[in-house]
Design a protein around this ligand. Structure first.
Ligand SMILES: Cc1cc2nc3c(=O)[nH]c(=O)nc-3n(C[C@H](O)[C@H](O)[C@H](O)COP(=O)(O)O)c2cc1C
Length: 381
C-alpha cells in the first residue's frame, strides 16, 4: 500500500503494520487486558446518530476553536505519545511540523524522543508538554521550569498512569525499553530490515526529557521501572494544586473521568481537563470518554475547558464530541499509524483527510461554525 492510497485510519494502520516490526506495531495498536475499553472507545461514537439541519447557507465553514487560551485552526490536536522515533526516525519532529502546518496543537511526552525545546522550534503552533508526577519533587519543578523557558503554552499532567497498564501484547512479544525481546520478537525485527536499517542509521534513541534519569543503555532504568520506581503513586490533589500554582498558566489534567474529579480540577485552578482512558491502555473496563462527556460538560463546562480523546477515527466522531460540548478533541493512534507508515507526509495526509472530513461533515450538518453544533444534533440509540 502507498501513502496516496491511504484514505482513512484503517488504511494507515495497515500500512504501518506492513512497515513496523510486530512488537512495535503491537505496542501502538495494543491496549490493556482484554482491550474492551479500546474497542468501546470507537464503538461509543457509533451508538450515537447525527441529526442534520439543511438549507443553512454553508458555503463557508469555520472549523477553528479556542481551547486553553490557544486558537486552533482545527478542532483536533495531536495528543502526546511516547517513543515516537521508534515508530519513524523523525518521530516528534514530524508531528510538530505537521501540526504546525495545520495550525493546531501537539503534545510532547515526558517519554518523548525529541527534546521539548527542539519540538518548540520546529512548530509554529501551540505546544503541550505532558508530564507525569515524580517522587522527586525537584525533578517535577525542574521540568516545569524547563518547559516554561522553552515557551511551552500548556502543561498537561497525566493522572491515569499511576502504574503501568497490563499490556499483554507487549508481554507476549517482550516489548520493553531498552529492548528485551524474546526469540519470536527478534524474528519479527529480522523480517522488517528496512525499519531496522533506518533505526540504526539515524541518531541514537534517547529520552531527552528524562536525560540523566532514564538510561537507554539498559543500565540504570527501564521504562517499566520508570513507572514503578520514579513515579509517585501517592500523588494527591494537594500536590497537583501546588504545581498548578507554580506553573501559573494554562494547566490541564489528562485522564479525568468522574464528575467529582472534574469539580476538583476546577477547585484547584486547572484551566482544562481531558477526559481520557489513555486509549484503553490503562484501566480496561473504564468507560469511554465520549460516553462520559455530557455529564462532565454539564457539571463543569462553564468553568473549565473540557476536551476528550480515545477512539477518534473520523471527522464525524469529532463533530459528535463537539456537539456534546468538548472544546477540542485529541488524536492518538489516528496520527501515530500515519507517522509509522510515512513520517511527516503521513501525518500531514492524515490531518488533511481529517480537515476535509470535518469540513464536509459540518456542511452536511448545516453548521457554519463549531458553536453551531448542538446537542439537538445528536440522538443516542
Ligand atoms: C503508543 C502510544 C503511546 C502513548 N504515550 C502516552 C504518553 O506518553 N503520555 C500520555 O499522557 N498519553 C500517552 N498515550 C495516550 C494518548 O495521549 C491518547 O490519550 C490516546 O492515544 C487516545 O486514544 P486513541 O489512540 O484511540 O486516539 C499514548 C498512546 C499510544 C497509542
Amino acid at each position: 500500500m502507498r501513502l496516496n492510497q491511504c484514505q482513512n485510519f484503517h488504511d494507515f494502520r495497515r500500512m504501518a503494520r506492513q512497515r513496523l516490526p510486530g512488537p512495535i506495531f503491537n505496542y501502538i495498536d495494543g491496549a490493556a487486558d482484554d482491550e474492551t475499553t479500546y474497542r468501546r472507545n470507537t464503538q461509543a461514537f457509533e451508538a450515537c446518530d447525527l441529526v442534520p439541519d439543511v438549507l443553512r447557507g454553508v458555503a463557508q465553514v469555520d472549523m477553528s476553536v479556542s481551547v486553553m487560551g490557544q486558537k486552533l485552526a482545527l478542532p483536533v490536536y495531536c495528543s502526546p505519545t511516547a517513543l515516537q522515533r521508534l515508530f519513524h526516525h523523525d518521530g516528534e519532529r514530524a508531528v510538530a511540523a505537521a501540526a504546525g502546518k495545520f495550525g493546531t496543537m501537539f503534545g510532547v511526552s515526558s517519554l518523548g524522543t525529541v527534546s521539548l525545546e527542539e519540538a518548540r522550534k520546529i512548530s509554529g503552533g501551540p505546544q503541550v508538554y505532558q508530564f507525569y508526577f515524580h517522587k522527586d519533587r525537584g525533578l517535577n519543578r525542574d521540568m516545569m521550569a524547563r518547559a516554561k523557558k522553552a515557551g511551552v503554552q500548556v502543561m498537561m499532567l497525566t493522572v491515569d498512569s499511576i502504574t503501568g497498564g497490563n499490556r499483554e501484547r507487549d508481554k507476549r512479544t517482550g516489548f520493553a525499553i531498552p529492548f528485551r525481546l524474546n526469540l519470536a520478537g527478534i524474528a519479527q525485527f529480522a523480517i522488517k530490515p528496512a525499519w531496522a536499517v533506518n533505526y540504526v542509521t539515524h541518531e541514537r534513541f534517547r529520552l531527552p526529557q528524562l536525560d540523566g534519569h532514564v538510561d537507554m543503555g539498559g543500565g540504570a532504568m527501564s521504562i517499566s521501572r520508570y513507572f514503578t520506581d520514579m513515579l509517585d503513586p501517592a500523588m494527591s490533589w494537594d500536590d497537583v494544586a501546588a504545581m498548578v500554582k507554580e506553573w501559573g498558566g494554562q494547566f490541564c489534567l489528562k485522564g479525568i473521568m468522574s464528575v467529582e474529579d472534574a469539580r476538583r480540577a476546577v477547585d484547584i485552578g486547572c484551566t482544562g481537563i481531558v477526559l481520557s482512558n489513555h486509549g484503553g491502555r490503562q484501566l480496561d473496563g473504564s468507560r469511554s470518554a465520549f460516553d462520559q462527556l455530557a455529564e462532565i460538560v454539564d457539571a463543569v463546562g462553564d468553568r473549565i475547558d473540557v476536551m476528550m480523546d480515545g477512539g477518534v477515527q473520523r471527522g464525524t466522531h469529532v463533530l459528535k464530541a463537539l456537539a456534546l460540548g468538548a472544546k477540542a478533541v485529541g488524536l492518538g493512534r489516528y496520527y501515530l499509524f500515519p507517522l509509522a507508515a510515512a513520517g511527516q507526509p503521513g501525518v500531514e495526509r492524515a490531518l488533511d483527510l481529517m480537515r476535509i472530513e470535518i469540513e464536509r461533515a459540518m456542511k452536511l450538518m448545516g453548521c457554519r461554525s463549531v458553536s453551531d453544533l448542538q446537542r439537538r444534533h445528536l440522538r443516542f440509540r
